[in-house]
Design a protein around this ligand. Structure first.
Ligand code: ZN
Ligand code: ZN
Length: 154
């Protein structure tokens, strides 16, 4: 399983492979040592049951989506379509716009699910069974605050 951990101190993204990761990693950004508590399920890529960084067991699922790509596709589409619209080619303008939106939709549909830790925002990618629920703002509020108090940010 591929993990993208978030450093509790400086928020740097730290990619690791759960299968052969050490019990402790050092953050490349701030040199902080981060002890990892990798569960058997995470190591064997069967499930995400416990977060190696914060030991939390509350996760949500989101699409592995890079929002800037989607926005760029639509923005380029809108730009080209505006030119046609300017020259009175409404139909072509609308077609291009629709095409851009459709491309966006197809790209989005093909994206894989990704599990994220509510508390420390570590990300889990792999072929395991995705059992977590969708993002819930209230849960995030409560758990993030709890975690930030624990690591002394608040
Ligand atoms: Zn750091
Ligand atoms: Zn966590």
């Amino acid at each position: 399983m591929h993990l993208t951990l978030k450093c509790p101190k400086c928020d740097a993204s730290l990619p690791i492979d759960a299968a052969d990761s050490a019990a402790e990693i050092v953050c490349g950004g701030c040199q902080r040592k981060i002890p990892l508590d990798i569960s058997d399920a995470v190591r064997k890529e069967t499930a995400v049951d416990r977060c190696p960084v914060c030991s939390g067991s509350d996760f949500y699922i989101r699409k592995d989506f890079n929002p800037t790509i989607g926005v760029t596709v639509v923005a380029i589409g809108a730009g080209i379509s505006a030119v046609f619209y300017w020259f009175g080619r409404d139909l072509i303008a609308y077609s291009i716009l629709a095409f851009a939106a459709l491309t966006d939709l197809i790209v989005y549909g093909r994206l894989k699910d990704l599990t994220v830790c509510y508390r420390c925002h570590s990300e889990f990618r792999g072929a395991y069974k995705h059992t977590a629920a969708a993002f819930d703002l209230h849960t995030a509020d409560v758990l993030e605050m709890e975690y930030e108090r624990k690591i002394g940010r608040r």
